[in-house]
Design a protein around this ligand. Structure first.
Ligand code: PXP
Length: 250
């Protein structure tokens, strides 16, 4: 295994989205998490949203209890969520912005504007033993503030780049890719561990993997969608190969 192998975190939120569409117990996101780990995932991410639209409290408790690989608890920096993380003590906590009306997390956390509120949240999560990451835009100001706030990890938001790629806007896509690559190098230069996520698919993951500053990708929607057609294990194996190929080419 190469020394700088990228980790693949699998987000199981959308297994719960399908379950909740019918209000029953299946498909079970915890079963998907176990299957993903068996298929080579390096960790599992789940986002407990304020409105519980996909993952629910009981799912998060089972994930925290049962998994044999690290759990990354994605959350808004609210009193309720920090209290839950203090109880469940997941390996990692990723702070994200959350708006009720959004379909998914739409932008990075405003770490500069919200520094005063984030500092105690980060301190409490760290005291609970969680490795804190901040989900931010790949720009110097939020990256520098994340380092100043003492978060050990940043997750750079890849959504704008992935949308530009999907929409065929080649110039914008190239500019966004360069912004991500520059951001990753800058974050690593400050001693931060650099993750990436949002909207990644096989092609974007392969391309981004070539930037050696990235240590981990967190991927959900595309993998769960692919699993409908090829099964979760095959989707993961294909993603793993894409990331390894990208890394080797970098
Ligand atoms: N990382 C973070 C912080 C996210 O908010 C999300 C979306 O929930 C992801 C990664 C995964 O994004 P996607 O589901 O588009 O792969």
């Amino acid at each position: 295994m190469p020394k700088n192998r990228l980790r693949l975190g699998v987000n199981v939120d959308h297994v719960a989205t399908v379950r909740n569409a019918r209000g029953g117990a299946v498909p079970d996101p915890v079963r998907a998490a176990h299957l993903a780990i068996a298929a080579g995932a390096d960790g599992i991410t789940a986002h407990l949203r304020e409105d519980r639209r996909h993952i629910r409290d009981a799912d998060m408790a089972r994930l925290a209890r049962e998994l044999s690989k690290p759990l990354n608890f994605e959350m808004a920096a609210t009193e309720e969520m920090i209290g839950l993380a203090e109880q469940l003590k997941p390996h990692a906590a990723c702070l994200v912005p959350e708006k009720r009306e959004e379909r998914t997390t739409e932008g990075g956390l405003d770490v500069v504007g919200q520094a005063a509120a984030l500092a105690p949240a980060i301190a409490r999560l760290a005291a609970a033993g969680c490795r804190v990451s901040l989900f931010i835009e790949p720009d110097e100001a939020p990256i520098a503030m994340a380092a100043k706030l003492g978060a050990p990890v940043v997750e750079l938001h890849t959504g704008t780049w992935c949308h530009a790629v999907a929409d065929g806007h080649a110039d914008k896509a190239e500019a966004e890719f360069q912004r991500l690559a520059r951001g990753a190098v800058f974050a690593a230069s400050l001693g931060l561990e650099v993750h990436a996520g949002h909207g990644l698919d096989y092609d974007t993951a392969r391309k981004l993997a070539a930037v050696p500053a990235f240590v981990e990708f967190n991927i959900g929607h595309f993998l769960i969608g692919e699993a409908i057609f090829v099964g979760l294990a095959t989707a993961l194996a294909t993603m793993r190969r894409a990331m390894d190929e990208g890394r080797a080419a970098g």
